[in-house]
Ligand binder design. Structure first.
Ligand SMILES: [Fe+2]
Ligand SMILES: [Fe+2]
Length: 369
C-alpha cells in the first residue's frame, strides 16, 4: 500500500548529513562547565546527539535484515568480565582516601572513549567488488556515509562540543572534586597496548582492507558491549553520596553517555550481520561465506578479551593500588593501611569466563560453500 505516510522506518537510503543531524534541543548539555553534545528536549529528557535520523535508519536496516531471514548478531552478556576493582572495592578505596586507583581508572575510561574516534580512519574498501550480493539500503553502504563519522564525533567530541571523553572527565571531576590526575596514565596505557604482539591475519584469503575493517568493527562492537560493565560501575560509584561530591549530576552524566552508546552497538551489529548473511570474494577468485569470517573474528576477539582483559585490569589496578598505599603509609599508620588491603581483597569478585563464546566455527558452516 503506497501512502504518503512513508516514515524513516521504511526508507533505507540516507545522506551523511541526515545521519549526522541533531534534533532541536531546548537546552544544551553542559558538563562541569564544558559544552557537550546532545541536549534536553521539551520534556526535559536527555536526547543523544545525531540520532533523529540515525536511530530510525538503523531500525529500518535491522527490519530489512529480519525480512531476509538473517539473524542479528548478539554478543552474550555472560561473556562480559566484571569491572575491576568492583563497586564495593572502589567505595572502600575512596572512603579510605586511596583515590589514585579510581582517578586513574576513570581517566583511562575517558581516554579509551576518545580513542573511539579512530573509527573514522578505518579504510572502507570497495564493498561492491568484494561482496557477492547487493548492498544497497544496508548499514554497510552507510559506513562512510555518516555512520563512522557520527560514531567518532560521539566518542571524541566535535568542534565546540565535547563528546564522551569530556563527559567522563566531567563525571570524574564532579564526583571527586577535580582530583589531581596521575601524569603517567596515558603512558602506561600505551605501554600496555604496545606489549601486544601483532597478530597473524586470520583470513588472508580475503581482501586485506576488508579483513581489517571487519576486524576493527568486531573489536569495537565487543568493547561497546562490554562497556556496559563500566557504565553500571560508574553510575553506582559516582552516584554514591558517601564517596561522591555530586552523586546526582555525576551519575546522570554516566547515564547520558550510556544512552548515546546504543546506536554504536546497533549499527555495528547490523553491519556485521549484513556481511554475515552474504558471501565474500576471495583474492584467488573463489568465495567464502561471510558468516565464516564474521564468526571467526568475533570468536577470536571474545576469547582474547574474556581471557586477557580481567587480568590486565587487575594488574593495572593492583599496581596503582600498591603505589597509592605506599604513599599513604607515610602519613597513616602501617597497620591501618594493611587493614584496607585485607578488606579490599576480601571484596574481590571471582569470575571465570564461560567455556564457549557462541561464535565457534562449526564444520557445517565451513563446508557450506
Ligand atoms: Fe562512548
Ligand atoms: Fe561508543
Amino acid at each position: 500500500m503506497a501512502t504518503d505516510a512513508s516514515s524513516a522506518d521504511e526508507r533505507l537510503q540516507f545522506t551523511a548529513e541526515e545521519l549526522l543531524a541533531d534534533g532541536d534541543y531546548r537546552e544544551p548539555l553542559i558538563a562541569n562547565g564544558v559544552r557537550c553534545h546532545g541536549g534536553f528536549g521539551e520534556d526535559g529528557q536527555y536526547r543523544s546527539p545525531r540520532t533523529v535520523v540515525r536511530r530510525p535508519a538503523i531500525r529500518a536496516w535491522q527490519a530489512q535484515l529480519a525480512r531476509g531471514g538473517a539473524p542479528l548478531i548478539d554478543i552474550p552478556r555472560e561473556l562480559m568480565p566484571p569491572q575491576y576493582p568492583n563497586v564495593e572495592q572502589s567505595v572502600l578505596l575512596l572512603r579510605e582516601g586511596v583515590r589514585d586507583p579510581i582517578v586513574r581508572g576513570l581517566t583511562i575510561i575517558s581516554i579509551v572513549e576518545g580513542f573511539g574516534a579512530i573509527i573514522r580512519d578505518v579504510k572502507v574498501p570497495k564493498l561492491g567488488e568484494l561482496v557477492v550480493e547487493p548492498l544497497e539500503g544496508t548499514a554497510l553502504a552507510h559506513l562512510r556515509r555518516g555512520l563512522f563519522e557520527a560514531h567518532a564525533r560521539d566518542e571524541a567530541g566535535h568542534r565546540d562540543q565535547g563528546g564522551h571523553k569530556q563527559m567522563w572527565e566531567a563525571a570524574r571531576d564532579l564526583a571527586l572534586e577535580n582530583p589531581k590526575i596521575p601524569r603517567d596514565v596515558l603512558m602506561r596505557l600505551m605501554g600496555r597496548r604496545g606489549r601486544r604482539k601483532p597478530a597473524k591475519r586470520p583470513f588472508p584469503e580475503i581482501d586485506e582492507d576488508l579483513e581489517r575493517m571487519l576486524s576493527t568493527m568486531a573489536q569495537v562492537l565487543v568493547v561497546e558491549v562490554f562497556a556496559e560493565g563500566a557504565f553500571e560501575w560508574g553510575k553506582a560509584l559516582l552516584g554514591n553520596a558517601e564517596v561522591s561530591a555530586e552523586p546526582e549530576r555525576a551519575s546522570e552524566m554516566v547515564r547520558f553517555i550510556q544512552s548515546d552508546e546504543s546506536p554504536h552497538v546497533e549499527y555495528l551489529r547490523t553491519a556485521l550481520s549484513e556481511i554475515r548473511a552474504r558471501t565474500l570474494r576471495t583474492v584467488h577468485g573463489g568465495t567464502i561465506p561471510g558468516r565464516t569470517v564474521v564468526d571467526g573474528l568475533l570468536h577470536r576477539i571474545l576469547s582474547q578479551m574474556t581471557r586477557n582483559r580481567p587480568a590486565e585490569q587487575r594488574e593495572d589496578a593492583r599496581k596503582s593500588l600498591s603505589e597509592a598505599i605506599e604513599a599513604a603509609s607515610n602519613q597513616k599508620a602501617a597497620k591501618a593501611t594493611k587493614a584496607v588491603v585485607e578488606e579490599f581483597e576480601s571484596l574481590e569478585t571471582s569470575w571465570t569466563p564461560p567455556a564457549k563464546t557462541g561464535f565457534e566455527p562449526t564444520p557445517a558452516v565451513e563446508g557450506a560453500q
